[in-house]
Design a protein around this ligand. Sequence first.
Ligand code: GLN
Length: 293
Amino acid sequence: MAESRSDWTVLKMLEWATSFFESKSISNARFSIEWLLAYVLKVKRLDLYLMYDRPLSAEELETLRPLVKRRAHHEPLQYIIGETDFFGYPFKVAPGVLIPRPETEQLVELVLEEHKNTTEFTVIDIGTGSGCIPITLKKERSDWAVTATDISEDALVIAKKNAADLQAEVNFILNDVFKPTPEVIERKVDVLISNPPYILDEEKASLDKEVKDFEPELALFCESTHKIYSALKNLAEQILTNNGKIYLEINERFGEEVLSLFNGPFWDAELIVDYAGKHRYIRGIFHGKKSDF
Ligand code: GLN
């Protein structure tokens, strides 16, 4: 941005920043500057195409400059703007929570689709992050009772803010899935849903800078998939109603391994693929507790 500020127009900025981002190997270079500029000008991204000749004021350039800098350091757009879209709803995001992914929208869709006609329904989401799963469920099905937990107090602050902004009545509980509190264990729920941290510590090196340098480790990584999914299964066995269901998002590399945890008399479970054709979910039905037989 070396030139005199008064020379800048929308088009000129889009072109300059696109090549600047490209020189820094930023993915979606053009898209990134479109989002940032639209955010600063308070217009819709596509409206920029109708205002190519609009000059940028010194003040607008001042606001934009640090945002461009942050993006050039590979910070995800969603953290810079502070918001993302999930299932058509705006969710606040900050570095304390995972940025919700489209795969998780598909998980929510699955639960909604399979329980279209179910009322008087109770759902719990374990590891809620931004609260995208329970809040969306509650928005789509106001008749369902929805609870969500997270181990991180920071995440719960953001999730509660999202619930308030979106006017969704969700009950939030601070809870560690490895040491569930009585408030969680004493519940009876029809569905347990979770998108737990499922990237192995050893996979960290292969991740994009955007993910590994900015998103919370607590939300991304696990020591072993066996450990985290066993804890979810154990919890499910304590709180699911007879014929209650579990819906889990999983690491595509460990589908069969996670599925095998559900072998045995009390579960019927299967792998489900995402839109990219990858093993991304497990759906299981729980047939009562051992002590019930
Ligand atoms: N449930 C949240 C999401 O799907 C957070 C998941 C997580 O932190 N692993 O985005």
